[in-house]
Ligand binder design. Structure first.
Ligand SMILES: *Cc1c(COP(=O)(O)O)cnc(C)c1O
Length: 434
C-alpha cells in the first residue's frame, strides 16, 4: 500500500509517510486507495487485537513493519476502550465510547502509542550515533500523550514545548513529570510561538547537523490509522451483538478523530451517520453550510483541545471523500456547541448519569440531546475524548462536587515536576537542544 500526498499526488511507502509526517510538498498523506474488507473476513477475529490486526493488515502491505504489526497493536491497545450503555439513564439506544482510560486520560494516547511503537522500530533498523529527538509543540493534551508513549524508550529523547501559563495545572503536570529521556520547556509566548520554534528547528542548519529530528504531530497518518481501529472494533462488536449499525457524535478540532471514523466506514465497517461536533469555532460548520472553506484564527473555549480555526484534516477529508454536498449525501454532518451549552450539559447530565462529561465530550452529548424523537430511536454513540478529571477546574464548579481521579492520572500527579523556561526565540531553544 502506498500513501499519496494531497497536494502533488506523489506516493511514498507507509514507512516514509510515518517518518516524514508532513509530505515534502506541504500536503498530508492519505492511503492511495481505501482497502475494502468484507465483514465475514472478521469472522475469525474476536478480540480487539485480532480485529485491529485484520483491519490494519492491508495498510501495512509492503511495509518493513508488517511482521511487527501484532506487537505494535498490542503495545498500542493496552488499555480498555469500553462502549458503555446509557439506555437505562436516557431511555433511548445511546452509548458512550470512552477513549480516556490510557496513561494521560485522553484519546491522544492511542495515536501517540502507535506512533512510538512504529517510529522506534523504524529508527532502530539503522545504527545511529545520536538519539532521535522528537520535538513536540503542545497546547495541552498532545505533549503529555507523546511524552508518556516515548518515556524510557532507548535511542529517543522527547522535548515538549508548551506556552507558559496557558495550559491547565493538571495538563502542565502531565507535560513536566517524566524525567529520564523526556524534557519540557515552558515558552514565554503562545502555542503558535511553540509551533513556530519547532518548524524553525527542523530547518536550522546548526541544529540539524547536531540533532536527528522527528515529529509526532497531529497530522501524521500514524495517528489516523490506530484511531480508525477503535471505530472498526466498536462498530463490528455492536453489529454482532445488537444487529444494527451505530451512528456517531464525535467531538472535533483538527478532525483527526472524525476522519478516522469515516475511514473505518469506507473500509466497509458498519458505521451509519457521523456528526462532527465543534465548539464555538465554526469553520467546519460553515464549510458544511456554504461549501466554502474559510480558515480563521481560533477562539478560546472551555473545550480548549478543540480550539482550531483551520482544521488540518479537512484537506484529507475533501481530497478522499469529496466536497460538502457529497459529504452530506453520505451521511456526514457537522454542528457547533458554544460554552454556555457545554456548561449546561455538564451540569444537567450529572443529575441523570453516573458520571460527569469533560467539556469536549459534552459538546457531542449536547447534539444528541437536541435530536428529535424520531432520530432518538436510532442507535447512537457519543465519543468521550477525555476524562473529566483532566478539566477539574471547569467541571467541579458545575457539578458542585469533586471528580474522582483515575489511577493512571493520580500516579502522574504524584511525580515531581521539572521544566525550564525559555524566551520564544530559536537561540534560546538551540542552547537547550545542543
Ligand atoms: C485533540 C482533542 C479533541 C479533538 O480531536 P481532533 O482529532 O483534533 O478533532 C477533542 N477532545 C480532546 C479531549 C482532545 O484532546
Amino acid at each position: 500500500m502506498k500513501f499519496r500526498s494531497t497536494r502533488s499526488g506523489e506516493c511514498v511507502s507507509l514507512d516514509a509517510a510515518l517518518s516524514q509526517g508532513l509530505a515534502p510538498d506541504g500536503g498530508l498523506f492519505v492511503p492511495e486507495r481505501m482497502p475494502q474488507i468484507a465483514l465475514r473476513e472478521f469472522d475469525e477475529s474476536d478480540d480487539v487485537h485480532a480485529i485491529a490486526v485484520r483491519y490494519l493488515t492491508p495498510f501495512f502491505a509492503g511495509s518493513e513493519l508488517s511482521d511487527a504489526l501484532p506487537e505494535i497493536v498490542r503495545e498500542t491497545f493496552n488499555f480498555a476502550l469500553p462502549l458503555v450503555d446509557l439506555q437505562p439513564f436516557v431511555d433511548a439506544p445511546l452509548s458512550v465510547l470512552e477513549l480516556f482510560h490510557g496513561p494521560t486520560a485522553a484519546f491522544k494516547d492511542i495515536g501517540a502509542q502507535f506512533l512510538a511503537a512504529c517510529l522506534t522500530r523504524l529508527d532502530a533498523r539503522e545504527a545511529h550515533g545520536k538519539p532521535l529527538t522528537i520535538l513536540v509543540a503542545t497546547s495541552g493534551d498532545t505533549g503529555g500523550a507523546v511524552a508518556s508513549a516515548f518515556h524510557r524508550r532507548p535511542g529517543v529523547r522527547v522535548v515538549v514545548l508548551f506556552p507558559e501559563g496557558r495550559v491547565s495545572a493538571r495538563q502542565q503536570q502531565q507535560l513536566t513529570c517524566w524525567g529520564d529521556n523526556i524534557s519540557a520547556l515552558a515558552v514565554r509566548g503562545s502555542f503558535d510561538d511553540c509551533q513556530r520554534l519547532v518548524k524553525a528547528s527542523f530547518v536550522d542548519q546548526q541544529l540539524t547537523t547536531q540533532c536527528r529530528f522527528s515529529s509526532a504531530n497531529s497530522i501524521n497518518i500514524g495517528r489516523l490509522l490506530p484511531q480508525s481501529v477503535y471505530y472498526a472494533v466498536t462498530a463490528l462488536q455492536y453489529q454482532r451483538t445488537v444487529g444494527r449499525s451505530l451512528n456517531w457524535m464525535i467531538p472535533t478540532g483538527n478532525l483527526g478523530n472524525g476522519l478516522a471514523a469515516v475511514m473505518a466506514r469506507a473500509v466497509g465497517l458498519p458505521l451509519g451517520d457521523i456528526v462532527f461536533v465543534s465548539n464555538a469555532n465554526r469553520t467546519l460548520v460553515d464549510y458544511f453550510d456554504s461549501g466554502e472553506y474559510e480558515p480563521r484564527d481560533s477562539i478560546a473555549t472551555l473545550a480548549s483541545a478543540m480550539d482550531v480555526g483551520a482544521p488540518s484534516n479537512l484537506e484529507r477529508l475533501r481530497h478522499v471523500f469529496g466536497e460538502s454536498a457529497a459529504l452530506q449525501a453520505s451521511g456526514l454532518t457537522s454542528a457547533s456547541v458554544d460554552d454556555a451549552r457545554i456548561r449546561g450539559q455538564i451540569a444537567r447530565d450529572f443529575a441523570r448519569l453516573p458520571f460527569a462529561w469533560c467539556p469536549h465530550s459534552a459538546t457531542a452529548m449536547h447534539v444528541w440531546d437536541s435530536l428529535d424523537q424520531q432520530q432518538r430511536t436510532r442507535d447512537w454513540a457519543v465519543v468521550a475524548t477525555a476524562h473529566p478529571a483532566k478539566f477539574d477546574t471547569i467541571v467541579e464548579p458545575l457539578i458542585d462536587c469533586p471528580v474522582p481521579i483515575p489511577d493512571a492520572l493520580a500516579a502522574l500527579l504524584q511525580r515531581p515536576a521539572r521544566f525550564d523556561t525559555i524566551d520564544a526565540t530559536l537561540d534560546a531553544l538551540r542552547t537547550k537542544l545542543m
